[in-house]
Write a protein that binds this ligand. Structure first.
Ligand code: NZQ
Ligand code: ZN
Length: 408
């Protein structure tokens, strides 16, 4: 087991009607003035924003607003939020929404104490040293941003989507009411489920040897997600299933699912699929992050599995109950190598079928992408990931191109 440091300071307030109690908790923690950050319309339509505002008013917490933050949030929204937050001199950034609203809020929080351009943090021209606090009201279980150290922002002018990882990004509080997720469209529910599975798998397939405690957490989370997923797709108002999905989304990405699997000097996982996916949503902002991962993860797995087949066998065994056939048994007639390959392929196929069963795409062509479009993905990938990236298998840009091509 590799050394690790685990820091997860976010206070999780989980359960029914949490949106009505935001104000009292925020006030009790000493905050007096908040910038609300939200998306293009859902929290207005569902009444969630009004409920949060009413709770702030009741607790005497002043508030200003930044709305219309789009999915795959853009740096211009961050800059606009910075202007509003500074003018109002807020002491808390309070996103109400999914990963996009939360990430926009995190970037604003990093930008407030910084004199330069906040984009510097995403292009690695500067490292954030301070922030003001973020507390979030989660409406979409997917990104895990409610407790993660990540923040991902797009820059349309530069055709880039870049992450900034720092513990400063971890929110101080997350209000999580599964009832708020009843209104999610099936596609967003499915993309969220895919994204949380991906966060667990990016860590599981880090290339590091087994850590049974962590591996059991990881595979147990995936089994719980796979158990609840058909129930939320079938009945969007199944509270228990929604609650399990929501909680799994947080644990998938707060760090606990990768402890001891970290790579020296690097992050706790592989993250190639996330890197390659971010180029898809930078290429076409309409591509939902989880949907891109549903296509790329199985393609990546088929390309890299030979580096550490034992990790795939463990995953297949724990998640799908797949055991390689015994090549010695009478009538089997295959080599041990073939038995392993068959079990790994069956595991990857099962995973892909699970994503597809939720309504996720199988190919890049389903996003309207063609072979020529892959050229447009490569410059951004080179800037954000470098010439060689990943840990399970070191990938060159040519490898990445081959994975994209295999996913067409
Ligand atoms: O924009 P609105 O109107 O709010 O609608 C949103 C949006 O269209 C809608 N929605 C959210 N909650 C809803 C709802 N609709 C009905 N009912 C509700 N309760 O869902 C759509 C997608 O929302 P978005 O916030 O974009 O989705 P998600 O939470 O998947 O976040 C995606 C972003 O997070 C980044 C992704 O790259 C992407 O930019 N990620 C952030 C991470 C992090 N900070 O740790 C890690 C992830 O790997 C990921 O990269
Ligand atoms: Zn993700």
């Amino acid at each position: 087991m590799n050394d690790f440091s685990f820091y997860s300071p976010t206070r999780i307030m989980f359960g029914r009607k949490m949106a009505d109690h935001v104000g009292e908790h925020v006030a009790a923690a000493g905050y007096t003035s908040a910038l609300l950050v939200y998306g293009t319309s859902s929290v207005v339509r569902t009444g969630t924003l009004e409920r949060v505002k009413a709770s702030l008013d009741a607790a005497g917490v002043a508030h200003v607003e930044l709305g219309d933050v789009r999915p795959n949030p853009e740096i211009s929204s961050v800059r606009e939020g910075l202007r509003i937050a500074r003018e109002a001199n807020v002491d808390l950034i309070l996103p109400v929404g999914g990963g996009s609203a939360i990430d926009c809020a995190k970037a604003i929080a990093l930008g407030i104490p910084y004199d330069g351009d906040v984009w510097d943090f995403f292009r690695k021209r500067a490292a954030p040293a301070q922030r003001i606090d973020v507390a979030c009201v989660l409406t979409l279980p997917a990104s895990g941003s409610e407790a993660s150290n990540s923040c991902v922002i797009s820059n349309d002018a530069e055709h880039l989507k870049c992450g900034c990882n720092t513990d400063l990004n971890r929110p101080v509080m997350a209000f999580m009411d599964p009832e708020l997720t009843f209104t999610l469209p099936p596609y967003q529910t499915a993309a969220g489920i895919t994204d949380m599975c991906a966060h667990i798998m990016e860590r599981f397939f880090s290339g590091q040897p087994a850590v049974p405690v962590t591996d059991n957490i990881a595979c147990g989370l995936i089994r719980a997600i796979m158990d609840a997923a058909p129930r939320v797709m079938e009945n969007p108002q199944d509270y228990d299933a929604r609650a399990n999905i929501m909680w799994a989304g947080t644990l998938a990405h707060n760090g606990i699912a990768g402890l001891g699997l970290g790579c020296a000097g690097g992050r706790d996982g592989d993250w190639s699929c996330h890197g390659m996916e971010h180029e898809l949503s930078a290429f076409d902002v309409k591509i939902t992050h989880g949907a891109g991962l549903a296509v790329l993860f199985p393609a990546w797995m088929r390309y890299v599995w030979r580096e550490h087949p034992e990790r795939f066998l463990e995953f297949g065994r724990q998640v799908f109950g797949i055991e390689p056939v015994d090549p010695e048994a009478d009538g089997v007639g295959i080599t041990p190598e073939q038995a392993i390959e068959d079990a790994v392929m069956e595991t990857i196929d099962e995973l892909q079928e699970f994503f597809c069963s939720l309504g996720m795409p199988r190919t890049l062509a389903e996003f309207g992408m063609k072979a020529d479009d892959i050229d447009s993905l490569m410059p951004g990938l080179k800037i954000t990931r470098g010439e060689v990236f990943g840990n399970f298998k070191k990938l060159t840009l040519d490898d990445a191109r081959a994975i994209y091509e295999s996913a067409l």
